[in-house]
Design a protein around this ligand. Structure first.
Ligand code: CMP
Length: 355
Protein backbone atom coordinates (compact mmCIF):
# COMPACT_ATOMS: atom_id res chain seq x y z
CA UNK A 1 0.00 0.00 0.00
CA UNK A 2 1.59 3.36 -1.03
CA UNK A 3 0.00 5.11 1.98
CA UNK A 4 1.73 2.70 4.33
CA UNK A 5 5.04 3.21 2.59
CA UNK A 6 4.55 6.95 3.08
CA UNK A 7 3.87 6.47 6.78
CA UNK A 8 6.95 4.29 7.29
CA UNK A 9 9.81 6.63 8.07
CA UNK A 10 13.22 5.42 7.07
CA UNK A 11 15.78 4.89 9.86
CA UNK A 12 18.06 7.86 8.95
CA UNK A 13 15.09 10.23 8.68
CA UNK A 14 13.85 8.95 12.02
CA UNK A 15 17.19 9.75 13.65
CA UNK A 16 17.35 13.15 11.89
CA UNK A 17 13.90 14.15 13.19
CA UNK A 18 14.86 13.04 16.71
CA UNK A 19 18.09 15.08 16.48
CA UNK A 20 16.20 18.20 15.32
CA UNK A 21 13.64 17.69 18.10
CA UNK A 22 16.33 17.32 20.76
CA UNK A 23 18.18 20.43 19.54
CA UNK A 24 14.86 22.31 19.79
CA UNK A 25 14.33 20.96 23.34
CA UNK A 26 17.84 22.09 24.31
CA UNK A 27 17.39 25.51 22.67
CA UNK A 28 14.13 26.04 24.57
CA UNK A 29 16.03 25.77 27.87
CA UNK A 30 18.29 28.74 27.01
CA UNK A 31 17.32 32.18 28.34
CA UNK A 32 17.46 33.64 24.78
CA UNK A 33 14.55 31.46 23.66
CA UNK A 34 11.66 33.83 24.05
CA UNK A 35 8.88 35.37 21.96
CA UNK A 36 9.05 34.38 18.28
CA UNK A 37 12.03 32.04 18.66
CA UNK A 38 10.18 30.06 21.32
CA UNK A 39 7.09 29.87 19.10
CA UNK A 40 9.12 28.61 16.12
CA UNK A 41 10.84 25.95 18.24
CA UNK A 42 7.50 24.81 19.67
CA UNK A 43 6.03 24.57 16.15
CA UNK A 44 9.03 22.42 15.14
CA UNK A 45 8.36 20.11 18.11
CA UNK A 46 4.65 19.93 17.25
CA UNK A 47 5.51 19.10 13.60
CA UNK A 48 7.81 16.26 14.65
CA UNK A 49 5.17 14.97 17.03
CA UNK A 50 2.63 14.86 14.16
CA UNK A 51 5.09 12.89 11.98
CA UNK A 52 5.74 10.46 14.84
CA UNK A 53 1.98 10.04 15.36
CA UNK A 54 1.66 9.10 11.67
CA UNK A 55 4.52 6.67 12.11
CA UNK A 56 2.78 5.08 15.09
CA UNK A 57 -0.40 4.68 13.05
CA UNK A 58 1.67 3.09 10.27
CA UNK A 59 3.38 0.71 12.72
CA UNK A 60 0.01 -0.30 14.20
CA UNK A 61 -1.49 -0.97 10.77
CA UNK A 62 1.51 -3.05 9.69
CA UNK A 63 1.50 -4.90 12.98
CA UNK A 64 -2.09 -6.13 12.43
CA UNK A 65 -2.28 -9.89 12.19
CA UNK A 66 1.38 -10.31 13.20
CA UNK A 67 2.73 -11.69 16.46
CA UNK A 68 2.92 -8.66 18.80
CA UNK A 69 6.35 -9.83 20.08
CA UNK A 70 7.82 -9.39 16.57
CA UNK A 71 7.90 -5.60 16.63
CA UNK A 72 7.57 -4.99 20.37
CA UNK A 73 10.60 -2.69 20.93
CA UNK A 74 9.78 -0.54 17.89
CA UNK A 75 6.10 -0.33 18.83
CA UNK A 76 6.91 0.55 22.46
CA UNK A 77 9.26 3.35 21.36
CA UNK A 78 6.69 4.67 18.85
CA UNK A 79 3.96 4.71 21.55
CA UNK A 80 6.22 6.47 24.10
CA UNK A 81 7.33 9.04 21.50
CA UNK A 82 3.70 10.08 20.99
CA UNK A 83 2.13 9.58 24.43
CA UNK A 84 4.81 11.12 26.69
CA UNK A 85 4.82 14.57 24.99
CA UNK A 86 1.00 14.42 24.69
CA UNK A 87 0.60 13.64 28.42
CA UNK A 88 3.05 16.45 29.24
CA UNK A 89 1.04 18.86 27.09
CA UNK A 90 -2.21 17.91 28.81
CA UNK A 91 -0.97 17.53 32.41
CA UNK A 92 2.23 19.48 33.07
CA UNK A 93 2.64 23.24 33.60
CA UNK A 94 3.91 25.25 30.60
CA UNK A 95 7.49 25.53 31.93
CA UNK A 96 8.58 21.92 31.49
CA UNK A 97 6.26 20.70 28.71
CA UNK A 98 8.86 20.61 25.95
CA UNK A 99 11.37 18.71 28.13
CA UNK A 100 9.24 15.58 27.77
CA UNK A 101 10.02 15.52 24.04
CA UNK A 102 13.45 14.30 25.20
CA UNK A 103 11.82 10.84 25.10
CA UNK A 104 12.65 11.05 21.36
CA UNK A 105 16.19 10.11 22.41
CA UNK A 106 14.84 6.56 22.12
CA UNK A 107 13.74 6.95 18.49
CA UNK A 108 17.09 6.15 16.81
CA UNK A 109 17.19 2.92 18.83
CA UNK A 110 14.02 1.53 17.22
CA UNK A 111 15.81 0.47 14.01
CA UNK A 112 19.22 -0.20 15.47
CA UNK A 113 20.64 -3.72 15.31
CA UNK A 114 23.59 -2.61 17.45
CA UNK A 115 21.50 -2.49 20.61
CA UNK A 116 20.19 -5.99 19.98
CA UNK A 117 23.80 -7.10 19.59
CA UNK A 118 24.74 -5.32 22.81
CA UNK A 119 21.81 -6.96 24.63
CA UNK A 120 23.04 -10.41 23.53
CA UNK A 121 26.63 -9.62 24.58
CA UNK A 122 25.49 -8.36 27.99
CA UNK A 123 23.30 -11.40 28.63
CA UNK A 124 26.07 -13.80 27.50
CA UNK A 125 28.75 -12.09 29.58
CA UNK A 126 26.43 -11.38 32.53
CA UNK A 127 28.23 -13.76 34.91
CA UNK A 128 31.67 -12.25 34.26
CA UNK A 129 30.35 -8.69 34.36
CA UNK A 130 28.54 -9.35 37.65
CA UNK A 131 31.77 -10.88 39.01
CA UNK A 132 33.85 -7.80 38.16
CA UNK A 133 31.08 -5.48 39.40
CA UNK A 134 31.06 -7.36 42.71
CA UNK A 135 34.83 -6.85 43.03
CA UNK A 136 34.25 -3.16 42.25
CA UNK A 137 31.65 -2.99 45.05
CA UNK A 138 33.90 -4.79 47.54
CA UNK A 139 36.90 -2.55 46.80
CA UNK A 140 34.65 0.53 46.90
CA UNK A 141 33.31 -0.30 50.34
CA UNK A 142 36.73 -1.40 51.63
CA UNK A 143 38.33 1.83 50.36
CA UNK A 144 35.60 4.00 51.95
CA UNK A 145 35.97 2.10 55.24
CA UNK A 146 39.78 2.43 55.26
CA UNK A 147 39.61 6.14 54.29
CA UNK A 148 37.07 6.75 57.08
CA UNK A 149 39.34 5.10 59.68
CA UNK A 150 42.50 6.88 58.45
CA UNK A 151 41.11 10.36 57.74
CA UNK A 152 38.11 10.86 60.06
CA UNK A 153 40.13 12.72 62.74
CA UNK A 154 42.13 14.77 60.20
CA UNK A 155 39.16 15.88 58.03
CA UNK A 156 35.92 15.12 59.92
CA UNK A 157 33.91 17.34 57.54
CA UNK A 158 34.88 15.20 54.49
CA UNK A 159 35.58 11.73 55.89
CA UNK A 160 33.40 11.86 59.02
CA UNK A 161 31.23 8.89 57.99
CA UNK A 162 31.46 5.92 55.61
CA UNK A 163 28.82 7.36 53.23
CA UNK A 164 30.86 10.61 53.08
CA UNK A 165 34.08 8.66 52.41
CA UNK A 166 32.21 6.64 49.78
CA UNK A 167 32.11 9.69 47.46
CA UNK A 168 35.91 9.97 47.69
CA UNK A 169 36.19 6.20 47.01
CA UNK A 170 33.99 6.41 43.86
CA UNK A 171 35.89 9.41 42.49
CA UNK A 172 39.26 7.75 43.19
CA UNK A 173 38.38 4.21 42.09
CA UNK A 174 37.01 5.51 38.78
CA UNK A 175 40.28 7.54 38.49
CA UNK A 176 38.15 10.67 37.89
CA UNK A 177 39.76 12.59 40.78
CA UNK A 178 37.72 15.81 41.11
CA UNK A 179 40.10 16.88 43.86
CA UNK A 180 37.32 18.07 46.16
CA UNK A 181 38.30 15.47 48.78
CA UNK A 182 42.01 14.70 49.20
CA UNK A 183 43.54 12.51 51.94
CA UNK A 184 45.93 14.57 54.08
CA UNK A 185 47.73 11.79 55.96
CA UNK A 186 50.55 9.69 54.47
CA UNK A 187 48.55 6.48 54.99
CA UNK A 188 45.55 8.10 53.29
CA UNK A 189 47.64 8.93 50.22
CA UNK A 190 49.07 5.43 50.01
CA UNK A 191 45.50 4.13 50.18
CA UNK A 192 44.48 6.55 47.38
CA UNK A 193 47.28 5.24 45.14
CA UNK A 194 46.24 1.64 45.70
CA UNK A 195 42.58 2.41 45.04
CA UNK A 196 43.46 4.17 41.76
CA UNK A 197 45.48 1.17 40.57
CA UNK A 198 42.62 -1.18 41.45
CA UNK A 199 40.29 1.12 39.49
CA UNK A 200 42.45 0.93 36.37
CA UNK A 201 42.51 -2.89 36.63
CA UNK A 202 38.75 -3.16 37.08
CA UNK A 203 37.95 -0.91 34.12
CA UNK A 204 40.42 -2.86 31.97
CA UNK A 205 38.63 -6.08 32.96
CA UNK A 206 35.22 -4.63 32.07
CA UNK A 207 36.51 -3.39 28.72
CA UNK A 208 38.20 -6.74 28.03
CA UNK A 209 35.07 -8.77 28.81
CA UNK A 210 32.89 -6.55 26.62
CA UNK A 211 35.41 -6.45 23.74
CA UNK A 212 35.74 -10.26 23.76
CA UNK A 213 31.95 -10.65 23.99
CA UNK A 214 31.39 -8.35 20.98
CA UNK A 215 34.12 -10.08 18.96
CA UNK A 216 32.69 -13.55 19.63
CA UNK A 217 29.12 -12.47 18.91
CA UNK A 218 30.06 -10.81 15.60
CA UNK A 219 32.09 -13.90 14.60
CA UNK A 220 29.16 -16.15 15.50
CA UNK A 221 26.78 -14.04 13.39
CA UNK A 222 29.24 -14.10 10.46
CA UNK A 223 29.57 -17.86 10.80
CA UNK A 224 25.79 -18.39 10.80
CA UNK A 225 25.36 -16.12 7.75
CA UNK A 226 28.22 -17.85 5.88
CA UNK A 227 26.80 -21.25 6.78
CA UNK A 228 23.46 -20.32 5.20
CA UNK A 229 25.22 -19.06 2.06
CA UNK A 230 27.44 -22.15 1.78
CA UNK A 231 24.41 -24.42 2.23
CA UNK A 232 22.87 -22.74 -0.85
CA UNK A 233 25.75 -24.00 -3.09
CA UNK A 234 24.92 -27.60 -4.15
CA UNK A 235 28.62 -28.50 -4.52
CA UNK A 236 29.16 -28.11 -0.80
CA UNK A 237 26.20 -30.26 0.15
CA UNK A 238 28.47 -33.33 -0.25
CA UNK A 239 30.80 -32.12 2.50
CA UNK A 240 30.86 -33.78 5.90
CA UNK A 241 30.20 -31.49 8.86
CA UNK A 242 33.89 -31.08 9.86
CA UNK A 243 34.93 -30.12 6.31
CA UNK A 244 31.87 -27.86 6.03
CA UNK A 245 32.92 -25.93 9.14
CA UNK A 246 36.38 -25.37 7.60
CA UNK A 247 34.88 -24.22 4.29
CA UNK A 248 32.44 -21.88 6.07
CA UNK A 249 35.40 -20.26 7.86
CA UNK A 250 37.44 -20.00 4.65
CA UNK A 251 34.81 -18.51 2.32
CA UNK A 252 34.24 -14.77 2.27
CA UNK A 253 30.82 -13.45 1.29
CA UNK A 254 30.46 -10.53 -1.07
CA UNK A 255 27.51 -8.87 -2.84
CA UNK A 256 28.24 -6.95 -6.05
CA UNK A 257 25.90 -4.86 -8.23
CA UNK A 258 25.08 -5.74 -11.84
CA UNK A 259 27.85 -4.74 -14.27
CA UNK A 260 30.76 -5.21 -11.84
CA UNK A 261 33.82 -6.79 -13.46
CA UNK A 262 34.76 -9.69 -11.17
CA UNK A 263 37.88 -10.80 -13.02
CA UNK A 264 39.57 -9.47 -16.13
CA UNK A 265 41.15 -11.50 -18.93
CA UNK A 266 44.96 -11.55 -18.59
CA UNK A 267 45.04 -10.60 -14.89
CA UNK A 268 46.63 -12.90 -12.34
CA UNK A 269 44.08 -14.70 -10.16
CA UNK A 270 44.48 -15.82 -6.57
CA UNK A 271 40.82 -16.59 -5.81
CA UNK A 272 37.82 -18.36 -7.24
CA UNK A 273 34.13 -17.57 -6.72
CA UNK A 274 30.97 -19.55 -5.99
CA UNK A 275 27.66 -17.97 -7.04
CA UNK A 276 25.03 -18.06 -4.30
CA UNK A 277 22.44 -15.88 -6.05
CA UNK A 278 22.29 -13.99 -9.35
CA UNK A 279 24.30 -14.66 -12.51
CA UNK A 280 27.53 -13.67 -14.27
CA UNK A 281 28.58 -13.46 -17.92
CA UNK A 282 31.87 -15.05 -19.02
CA UNK A 283 33.10 -13.05 -22.03
CA UNK A 284 34.38 -16.00 -24.09
CA UNK A 285 33.95 -15.82 -27.93
CA UNK A 286 30.54 -17.41 -27.30
CA UNK A 287 29.59 -15.68 -24.01
CA UNK A 288 28.45 -18.07 -21.28
CA UNK A 289 26.05 -17.23 -18.46
CA UNK A 290 26.69 -18.90 -15.10
CA UNK A 291 23.96 -18.89 -12.45
CA UNK A 292 23.42 -19.78 -8.79
CA UNK A 293 25.38 -22.86 -7.70
CA UNK A 294 28.09 -22.44 -10.39
CA UNK A 295 31.66 -21.34 -9.83
CA UNK A 296 34.27 -19.45 -11.84
CA UNK A 297 37.85 -18.19 -11.52
CA UNK A 298 39.08 -21.74 -10.82
CA UNK A 299 41.26 -22.00 -13.97
CA UNK A 300 43.83 -19.33 -12.99
CA UNK A 301 43.74 -20.55 -9.38
CA UNK A 302 44.64 -24.12 -10.35
CA UNK A 303 47.05 -23.50 -13.23
CA UNK A 304 48.65 -20.24 -12.04
CA UNK A 305 48.10 -18.87 -15.58
CA UNK A 306 46.43 -15.48 -16.23
CA UNK A 307 42.63 -15.26 -16.24
CA UNK A 308 41.29 -16.83 -19.43
CA UNK A 309 38.27 -14.51 -19.76
CA UNK A 310 36.63 -11.42 -18.31
CA UNK A 311 33.72 -12.24 -15.99
CA UNK A 312 31.15 -9.60 -15.02
CA UNK A 313 27.97 -9.59 -12.98
CA UNK A 314 24.84 -9.87 -15.16
CA UNK A 315 22.59 -9.14 -12.17
CA UNK A 316 23.27 -8.26 -8.57
CA UNK A 317 25.29 -11.26 -7.42
CA UNK A 318 25.88 -12.81 -4.04
CA UNK A 319 29.26 -14.59 -4.10
CA UNK A 320 31.55 -16.58 -1.87
CA UNK A 321 35.25 -16.24 -2.66
CA UNK A 322 37.92 -18.81 -1.90
CA UNK A 323 41.63 -17.89 -1.86
CA UNK A 324 44.29 -20.27 -3.20
CA UNK A 325 45.64 -21.19 0.27
CA UNK A 326 42.11 -22.15 1.32
CA UNK A 327 41.65 -24.08 -1.94
CA UNK A 328 44.63 -26.25 -0.89
CA UNK A 329 42.88 -26.83 2.43
CA UNK A 330 39.67 -27.78 0.59
CA UNK A 331 41.67 -30.14 -1.66
CA UNK A 332 42.98 -32.07 1.32
CA UNK A 333 39.78 -32.06 3.40
CA UNK A 334 37.49 -32.81 0.47
CA UNK A 335 39.39 -34.27 -2.54
CA UNK A 336 36.07 -35.14 -4.19
CA UNK A 337 35.04 -31.49 -4.52
CA UNK A 338 38.53 -30.40 -5.58
CA UNK A 339 38.38 -33.07 -8.29
CA UNK A 340 35.06 -31.72 -9.64
CA UNK A 341 36.53 -28.21 -9.74
CA UNK A 342 39.69 -29.48 -11.53
CA UNK A 343 37.65 -31.46 -14.09
CA UNK A 344 35.45 -28.44 -14.81
CA UNK A 345 38.57 -26.30 -15.28
CA UNK A 346 39.93 -28.84 -17.83
CA UNK A 347 36.64 -28.96 -19.73
CA UNK A 348 36.43 -25.17 -19.85
CA UNK A 349 40.06 -24.88 -20.94
CA UNK A 350 39.34 -27.09 -23.97
CA UNK A 351 36.60 -24.67 -25.14
CA UNK A 352 38.35 -21.39 -24.22
CA UNK A 353 41.28 -19.87 -26.14
CA UNK A 354 44.31 -18.98 -23.93
CA UNK A 355 44.64 -15.41 -22.56
P1 CMP B 1 39.82 -18.02 -14.86
O1 CMP B 1 40.59 -18.27 -16.10
O2 CMP B 1 40.54 -18.02 -13.58
O3 CMP B 1 39.03 -16.64 -15.01
C1 CMP B 1 38.00 -16.53 -15.97
C2 CMP B 1 36.99 -17.61 -15.66
O4 CMP B 1 35.92 -17.76 -16.60
C3 CMP B 1 37.68 -18.97 -15.77
O5 CMP B 1 38.63 -19.09 -14.78
C4 CMP B 1 36.50 -19.90 -15.72
O6 CMP B 1 36.03 -20.06 -14.41
C5 CMP B 1 35.49 -19.11 -16.51
N1 CMP B 1 35.41 -19.65 -17.87
C6 CMP B 1 36.33 -19.58 -18.84
N2 CMP B 1 35.91 -20.23 -19.95
C7 CMP B 1 34.68 -20.73 -19.66
C8 CMP B 1 33.71 -21.49 -20.38
N3 CMP B 1 33.91 -21.88 -21.64
N4 CMP B 1 32.55 -21.80 -19.77
C9 CMP B 1 32.33 -21.41 -18.51
N5 CMP B 1 33.20 -20.69 -17.80
C10 CMP B 1 34.36 -20.35 -18.35
Amino acid sequence: MPALRFLRISAPLNALLAAIGLVAVAALTTPDASGRTRLILEVVLAGIWVVYTLQLIGTLIMQRGKDVRDGKPALTIDVLAVLVPLAAFLLVGTRDQSLYCAVWLLKPLRDSTFFRLMGRVLSKEARNLIGVTSIFGIILFGAALAAYIIERDVQPDKFGSIPQAMWWAVVTLSTTGYGDEIPQSFAGRVLAGLVMMCGIGIFALWAGILATGFYEEVRRQDFVRNWQLVAAVPLFQRLGSAALVEVVRALRPRIVPAGTVLCRKGDTGDQMFFIVEGSVIVATPNPVELGAGSFFGEMALISGEPRSATVSAATEVSLLSLYSADFQMLSSSSPEIAEIIRKTALERRSTTPKA
